[in-house]
Design a protein around this ligand. Structure first.
Ligand code: SF4
Length: 292
């Protein structure tokens, strides 16, 4: 069910920064149906517990963002858009909230980071290219496998992997910074050296500048939900995965070995220069860069 709602604020501050301290999410709930979804907690205070099919649409978000950006107190920080729920999930094709949001970033010359699993972000490439002329823009595509059969099991309604790489290629060709979030890496499912290497290799050929990798965490509701899916989709791995996750985090020896694999790939494919740090980036810093 779709719930159209009006919100009072568009920007939210998080003490713990992932890319930035500020985020904006135009939807609550997400139609991508990822089996490991970490964002289900965000439905905790809503009457529905069906995160994937009950979607709240913040229809006035661009107007509210305009007000937020116009406040004297707005610090001009880089904002991570779609950090919790995907702004380019299927319903965006109907509501088209993202173009007016990006337009607002252009008018205020505000830096922007986008995280998505959808190639639909390409629709907004012209606007994002315009923004990139006056403020920093980075697209981070979430990709955790190159195996399309596995992708269909893990992220059934997200874009095909090939389309996500194509989107990255087009952004890089337009001069925008791009990165890959190689996560979650799930023990025994997508953690093979071959799978990880195929992502590094393809990323390089698409002009991707940075890869951030992380192992699956199993906190709260995600744990119960994910293990239920594993039982159905990968019954042969259920016990092995359970034994690696006594708590929320994977076994330390396993994690260390995985990080070594990633480090060797990072060095082999020369992903050694991270993208600009957006945590403390502001409009002013971009202006100074432009005039330096
Ligand atoms: S794209 Fe993100 S928010 Fe959407 S279902 Fe997948 S993990 Fe959850």
């Amino acid at each position: 069910m779709i719930h159209e709602i009006q919100v009072k604020s568009a920007l939210h501050y998080h003490k713990r920064a992932f890319a930035t301290h500020w985020d904006l999410n135009c939807y609550r709930g997400c139609g991508h149906h990822c089996v490991y979804c970490f964002a289900q907690y965000s439905h905790k205070y809503l009457e529905s517990k069906n995160f994937f099919d009950d979607i709240w649409v913040k229809t006035n978000i661009a107007k509210v963002l305009e007000k937020d950006f116009s406040k004297k107190s707005w610090c001009g920080a880089c904002v991570n858009v779609c950090g919790v729920t995907d702004g380019y999930q299927p319903i965006e094709q109907k509501f088209q909230l993202m173009p007016s949001i990006i337009q607002c970033f252009i008018e205020h010359r505000n830096p922007l980071a986008i995280t998505t699993k959808s190639h639909w972000v390409v629709r907004d490439l012209p606007l994002l290219t315009q923004l990139n002329k006056v403020a920093y823009v980075v697209l981070r595509m979430s990709i955790s496998t190159t195996d399309e059969n596995l992708r269909e099991k893990l992220e059934p309604y997200a874009s095909k992997i090939h389309d996500r790489f194509e989107a990255l290629k087009r952004f890089a060709a337009a001069g925008l910074d791009t990165g890959i979030l190689l996560m979650p890496i799930i023990p025994y499912i997508n953690d093979s050296f071959e799978n990880l290497e195929s992502i590094f290799k393809e990323a390089k050929s698409c002009g991707v500048k940075e890869i951030v990798a992380d192992i699956l965490h199993l906190r709260g509701y995600t744990r119960q939900n994910f293990l239920g899916h594993v039982q159905k989709l990968f019954p042969q791995h259920t016990n092995r995965i359970r034994s690696l996750y006594e708590g929320s985090y994977a076994d330390k020896i396993y994690s260390k070995a995985l990080h070594q694999k990633i480090a060797s790939l990072r060095s082999k494919y020369k992903f050694n220069a991270p993208l600009p740090n957006t945590v403390h980036m502001t409009q002013r810093s971009k202006q100074l860069e432009l005039f330096s």
